[in-house]
Design a protein around this ligand. Structure first.
Ligand code: ADP
Length: 169
């Protein structure tokens, strides 16, 4: 088994935003390698396909040799085993995140006692950001400058143009 400290930062990332990227940069300070694990079976109708989400993340992290995006389905603890990771990183925004995250952390610990969940807080500017809110604001024509990478905004514009109206998928 390798000695390197590998973090798995898991979620749906539909799409990735600056709050997520802030957490990845924090992971890099603590871990040797960060794997952004994109869950493919959580939302029934995501705005972006699993391949698009992975591609968007890899584009934003292309300068970071210690980071990569991978998709997974099924149990996160099983995925972690396959990539030899013990640290499961989750971003904590507000008290509202706490109860669900607490349940998940304890369940994951029960499923695999070797897995430790690590919570990280983003910069205050991003504490209210979520992918859902990003999409809502975008499709209603709001300004997301400084909250979402410009390439992600371009992708959202493509979805809007393809759908022919202002409603997200
Ligand atoms: P979202 O809630 O934006 O749809 P995900 O469900 O993809 O995000 O969550 C992936 C991980 O990122 C989770 O641990 C979630 O708590 C965390 N996260 C989501 N938004 C933020 C944010 N604004 N700042 C820090 N972490 C976040």
């Amino acid at each position: 088994m390798s000695d390197s400290r590998i973090a798995v930062y898991a979620g749906s990332f539909d799409p990735i935003h600056n709050g997520h990227l802030d957490i990845v940069q924090r992971c890099r300070k603590v871990f040797d390698q960060t794997i952004v694990a994109v869950l493919s079976n959580l939302e029934k109708e995501p705005t972006f396909s699993i391949d698009e989400r992975v591609e968007m993340i890899d584009q934003e992290l292309e300068e970071c040799d210690d980071c990569e995006a991978q998709s997974f389905s099924g149990l996160l603890v099983d995925f972690m085993e396959t990539v030899n990771a013990r640290a499961l990183v989750r971003g904590l925004r507000a008290v509202s995140d706490f109860e669900y995250e607490f349940q998940m952390a304890l369940m994951n610990r029960r499923l695999n006692p070797e897995v430790e969940t690590v919570f990280m807080m983003p910069r205050e500017d991003y504490i209210y950001l979520s992918s859902r809110l990003v999409k809502e604001v975008f499709f209603l024509g709001g300004d997301l400058d400084g909250l979402v990478p410009s390439r992600v905004l371009d992708r959202l514009a493509r979805v809007r143009d393809l759908s022919g109206d202002s409603e997200p998928r």
